[in-house]
Ligand binder design. Structure first.
Ligand code: GTP
Ligand code: MG
Length: 310
């Protein structure tokens, strides 16, 4: 099979018929072997009945319905598990992404050899309250992660099958799939300018919370990627630095008292700072040891992503 399309959705009943027709047109024109996987994440607007209707007329349609709403990451992860096409393409269900982009994306993966190609909504049809924070978010993510994309969270993305089978997306981490892919060893990441439409039907599903949870998720991903298998290197380095600084401050105060007979040591700010730093340093060490214990007993402690074995 050439292409698996994965479409996570939540209450998008108005858009689905049009989306399905549009995708089918593009796929047939290009003679692809394909499947369309709809992941209905506990919609309560009749989206699933509509998908059942599409399935009845079109054998390429596949679907999975979740009992309740788990979030877009869960939807994508489940969809990824079902894929079998050489190229996996994800797309939003609200008609904001254009299926006309599929052939180019497919080519970039199959011919140009990218592991992952992310869409870039260069010209966006969104309110300014969304575009400005998004610019900032993309800038920070790019600087922190070393994955330089203009539009990290674009719903339209294409992957080699291998990529989606080797990454795990949960919580709200779908915003950072390229970063997750990079940490899994897929570094050939490309970008393609794509068409973007204003939302035609339905309402937006993400509110302000995205700007709070987003950065936290990025920290988690970076931490797990770099130190997930060696937490002591993270906590230990910071802990040693703080602990040693604290000891030096206290040593200096002690010398001051013993040699120079200084009085009122306990009234000096440095005294409290020194004690605080010693305690915090030790706590960080303990966190490091606990992290090591946890990661040692985690079932995946010795699992690595293997490209090839001969
Ligand atoms: N599986 C799943 N999909 C979701 C969920 N929330 C949103 N989606 C889908 O994710 C895609 C993007 O959501 P949108 O609400 O369009 O987000 P957006 O494009 O940033 O916002 P708008 O520009 O206002 O549309 C759509 O296809 C949604 O149906 C969810 O909780 N679970
Ligand atoms: Mg949208």
């Amino acid at each position: 099979m050439d292409i698996s399309l994965v479409i996570p959705l939540y209450n998008e009943v108005e858009s689905l018929t049009e989306l399905h027709a549009w995708i089918t047109k593009v796929m047939k024109t290009n003679n692809y072997q394909y499947e369309i996987i709809f992941v209905d994440d506990g919609s309560n607007d009749g989206s699933w009945d509509l998908i059942l209707g599409l399935k009845a007329t079109d054998p390429q349609v596949k679907g999975i319905k979740l009992r309740r709403n788990y979030g877009k990451s869960a939807g994508l992860n489940l969809g990824f598990e079902m894929t079998s096409g050489d190229v996996v393409i994800t797309m939003d269900a609200d008609l904001q992404d254009s299926p006309e982009e599929i052939p180019d994306l497919y080519k970039m993966i199959q011919v140009d050899g990218y592991d992952l190609v992310s869409g870039w909504k260069k010209k966006r049809f969104d309110p300014i309250s969304k575009t400005i924070p998004t610019k900032l978010y993309n800038f920070v993510t790019s600087k922190m992660s070393g994955v330089h994309l203009h539009d990290m969270n674009c719903g339209l993305k294409a992957y080699k099958l291998d990529v989606v089978k080797n990454i795990e997306v949960y919580g709200e981490m779908h915003r950072y799939i390229p970063v997750i892919a990079k940490w899994a060893g897929f570094t050939n990441i490309g970008e393609k300018v794509v068409q973007h439409q204003a939302r035609k039907y339905g309402v937006t599903k993400f509110g302000l919370s995205r700007f709070i949870y987003g950065p936290l998720d990025l920290f988690s991903i970076m931490f797990m990627g770099k130190f997930g298998k060696r937490p002591m290197h993270f906590f230990g380095v910071i802990g040693s630095f703080i602990f040693t600084s604290g000891v030096l401050i206290l040593a200096w105060l002690s010398l001051d008292k013993i040699i120079l007979n200084a009085t009122g040591i306990a009234n000096r700010p440095a005294f409290y700072l020194g004690i605080l730093m010693v305690i915090v340093g030790i706590q960080l060490f303990i966190a490091g040891f606990l992290g090591e214990l946890i990661s040692r007993s985690a079932p995946e402690r010795n699992t690595y992503k293997i490209t090839e074995k001969i």
